[in-house]
Every structure is written in structure tokens, then in C-alpha cells.
Design a protein around this ligand. Sequence first.
Ligand code: WT7
Length: 628
Amino acid sequence: MAEHIETLLKTSALYHPDERTVARAYIKDYDAAYRESIADPEQFWDGVARELEWFSPWHTVLEWKYPWAKWFLGGTCNITYNCLDRHVRSWRTNKVAVIWVGERGEERIFTYAELYRQVNRCANALKRLGMKQGDRVTIYLPKIPEQIIAMLACARLGLIHSVVYSGFSAPALESRIRDAEARLAITADYGYDRGTAIPLKPVVDKAAARCPTIEKIIVVRREKPGITLDAGRELDWDAWLEGQSAACDAVPLDAETPLYFLYTSGTTGKPKGVVHVHGGYMVGTYITAKYVFDLKDEDVYFCVADPGWVTGHSYIVYGPLLNGATILTAEGKPDYPTPARWWELIEKYGVSIFYTTPTAIRLLMKYGDDWPGRHDLSTLRILGSVGEPINPEAWEWFHRVTGGDKPIMDTWWQTETGSILVTPLPCVSLKPGSATRPFLGIEADVVDKQGRSIGTGGGFAVIKKPWPSMMRTIHNDPDRYLGYWNNIPGCYTAGDVCHKDADGYFWFMGRADDVVKVAGNRIGTAEVESALVSHEAVVEAAVIGKPHRTAGEMIKAFVILKQGHLETPELIDDLKRHVQTELGKIAMPREIEVVTSLPKTRSGKIMRRVLKAKELGQDPGDISTLEE
Ligand code: WT7
């Protein structure tokens, strides 16, 4: 495919950081720091790990048996000890750890001491249920503080959390519970979306009814009077924690102990359970949060992600807490009740670091300059973007309405990488639309199919050496893990096409595989296709991503109907609803086109590339394998 990658030669604006930003930044000279880190990456990571507290030291920084990595061998630690105990034992104990704002205007504030007590109560309650190290807990919660508390409580005991985004439907939740063989599910009665209460408990009921491993369901009840619970199997969160001691030691764990599974989409219909571990993940999220956002004690850090995705895991929960930061997190959408929602929060809480997504920026841009213009945003000093390429127009708008002088960290990474890998630091000169250069200790490159560095031009994004926060495997599917390292010789293949310019800047351009990014959410075309063919009217389906103004990409499906089924508006609506029921609203195709045949290879594989090229009026490239 490399031959077809457009090499968009950008003659882009260059934004140099101002002196004040550089003067206060941890890293003032990127080139020097990068050169030093890459001369001996193991020494670099060793130094980072030493900034954190370990129960016992490691004897070996890295064991690399291609493509299996172990970091900090012999070391024991617990990520929550560094997120909580380290701060509670310092002056930070009464510092605000988390400010949570609910969709209906509620506010809850946790100091480090209070968060520590809540996590310990929850951990003790988990122990009481007989949960043991290595057991899995599925967390299906809306964006409320209990989501963070439950994650940390699991980690404290060496249980493995599997957070599932609360927008997923029952079948999607069921497959994730099944794969993880979770003993426990933690949920809530409702989530809120643009003022509407979305019942979550029935989704868990439906999924859990088909998952024999689930022993108990814990329910956070936000509405009073509370929904009724099954007395034997279901427990109210508050009652569950009632009377639990606020003291619970963090269990010392081998550095390679799994911390969590997080399911993400790939090129098959089955989501992959990405496995991250305590030691390396702790080191990677800690140092990237610190250097990329220049996180300092006086900052108020606002990340708009949901802990249901990896951004929430790494940059709402673990990375910022490891740094003892004050974190603002808000339930709800950026334009509800008004498009001033986030700007108001920034003004009210004096936010200094704001990490958001291109899709949200494009949405807010549509509402115009007045909304941000009415608010005092002068506390902001560092901005961030993640999830998909940010188009220069959105970048420029974001930059302008926030004052025109705050650097934007366009951070490139993946669920699998655990932490940010290609990104500016505040001292780096920016080009709108480019994630700029690799993070310290990371050897990223753009190569051709054979793994040869292309120097300047288009190719595949790869990482050439292991890094501490890399996934360790795919749960239950080590072959899929191997796939990342076997694709291009000697490298971790990210699956992204990328252009490297003459200054060594990376321009990520999208996925090389059958993965679509809808509003920054990663959706496998195969999952949507398998949902479609599970409908009685569909015999075959092919799904592609199409450019969309605010969402970045949207899903378009081509379907072949079974004999006896006619194309009607009702049927099309029904197919859309069906995908929503099977997977969730985020995976619903915006367009469905009924066709009588699909382009296939001689071996019968659907050529989505050909469909996409035709849809977009582009050259389909090499079609020699096309059957007809
Ligand atoms: C894919 C990973 C990383 C947390 C959220 C998404 C795309 C991510 C950028 C960026 C261009 C980006 C890539 C990547 N992506 N950040 N700054 N510029 N593309 O995590 O769901 O695992 O998706 O998101 O295509 O491979 P994810």
C-alpha cells in the first residue's frame, strides 16, 4: 500500500514556543534530551523509574526476547502506591486530586487523602467478596468518580480491571466479560447523555445472564428512590462500602503483574483485550504526563476523555495521579447544555492544561468564536489533542480562541502503546497537523513494507525498540500480539500511514488497515459487518470509513440483501438500529447502501479499498487481484 500513500507536501506555518513556556518547562531543549535518551534508552527508562517508589528494586531494566518484553525484572511495586500513598504521605495529602462535575451540575471534590480512603474502602470490600490477585473485574460505569475509585481499588489488590465504555450495548459487553472471565461487574443505575437518563443496569443484566463467571453485580445508584436489586446477587455500592476500613495496604506486585485489560477494535470481528502491567505502564504514563503537559503542582489539568477508553486510563487516572496533579473531569458532551460547557469549566476552575480531541474541537468550531470569547481562558497554558489527526483548520481555531499563545501538544499513541509515543513537548516548534517528533526514549520511524526507513516521505509508522508501557500481549490471543511485530521485519507496526517531512516531523494520516476512526473512537469494519450479517435480511456486508466534517470519519455500509427482502427506508432504519443494539451507538453506520455484488479478490476477500476508492471518486490503485 505504501506506493499509494499520498505524500502531501505541507508548506505549513511554524509556531515557535515563547520564552516563558520554555523557561518553565522540565525539558528546555528537545534535541539534546532526545539524543541523550536514545543513546541508551534502558538507562533513560531506568532513571525515570527511579523517580517513583518501589517496594524492591529491579535487577534488570529490560529483557527482550523478540517480540516479548519484560521491564524492571525483579522489581516489585504497585501503581496505586505511587498514585496515592506517595502523595498522602507528603504535603499533597490535602491537595485536591479530583474535581468531578456531573452532567446535571453536581460537583464532587476529592483530596488525595479522601481518594485514598475511598479506594481503600472499596479494596477492602473487594477482599470481603473473596477477590484474589489476578481475578478480573468488569467496570461498566458512566463517567463518575466511582469509576476511578473502582479501577484503583482493583489495582491496589492486584486484581485486573477491564473497563468497558458505558456506550457499548449488551452483546458487546457480554463478549468482553466472557473473554476476561470476570467474576464481578460494577455498574450504575443510569448514565446521563444530553439530559436524558440512560439505564445501564439492564444492559449488564442482559450481558451477565449469559456470563456464568459473574458472581456479583455492584450497582452505584444515582437516582433516589433506587432501582430494586436482587438481594442475593446484587449489591448497592454505598451499602457495600459501609463500615469498610479506610486502611488497606497496596499489595507489592512483581513489575510484570497485569494491571488491566482494555478491549479495542482490530481487523477481525473480535475485539482484542490489550494487556498492560503495573511497572512499565506506571513508568510510561508518569513521565509522558509530566513532560508532555509540563505538569506541575500548581496546575489544574482537564482531560475530556472517558476512562472507558485508554486516554482516560492513562491521562485522567494513572498518569496525572502519579504526578500528584489536580484533575478536573466532567460528565457529558461539550455542547450540552450549551457550547460553552467546557469554556465555563475552564474559567470556573482555573484550568491550566486542557487535553481534548479533534472531533470535539471541530464540533465547538461549528458554534463559532462567541462561546469561547465570552469566557476568561487566561489560566490556560498548555493544550493537547488526541485520537486522530487534527486538521490544520481545527488546530488554528483552537489555538486562536484560547488566546493565540498556548502550545498544542498533538499526541500520537494507541491503546496498545499505553502512553504517548510521538508528540511535541512544550519547548518544540509546532506545525499545525503534525504530532512532531518521538517522545524521549522512543525510536519511532516511517518505513516501507520491508522495514527500510524512507527518510523523507510516506510509509508506515513503526517503533523500532520496546518501551516500558507497551502492551505485553493480547489476552487469550498471543498470535494477535505477534502480528504487531511480525508485520514489518524488526519493528512494532502501528497500523498507521504516516509522512515524515524534511525536519523529521511525523504527519499521521490515518489507518492502513480496516479500522475506522469515528469521532476518535476506534471501530473495526469487521465488527460492524458481522453485526449487519447477523440481521435476518442481510447476506453480506462491507463497511468503509468516509471523511466527515466533524467526526473525522463516518461509517458507510454496503449490504447485499437476502432473497425476499426489499430495500425500504424502514429496513435501512432497522439495520442501523440493529447495529446499535449489537455494538452501541458509536458503531452505527450513517449510510447504508444496498448493492447486488461486492468487489472481491479471487480468494473471496472483500476489497474494501476498492469500494472506498469508488465511493470517494479516487484511483483504487492495484486491482490485479480483483475477481471481476
Ligand atoms: C489510533 C489509536 C491514543 C488514545 C486514543 C486513541 C489514531 C491517535 C492520533 C494523533 C493522528 C492519531 C491513530 C492510532 N491517533 N492519536 N495525535 N494523530 N492519529 O486510541 O483507540 O487505540 O486508537 O488513533 O490512527 O493508531 P486508539
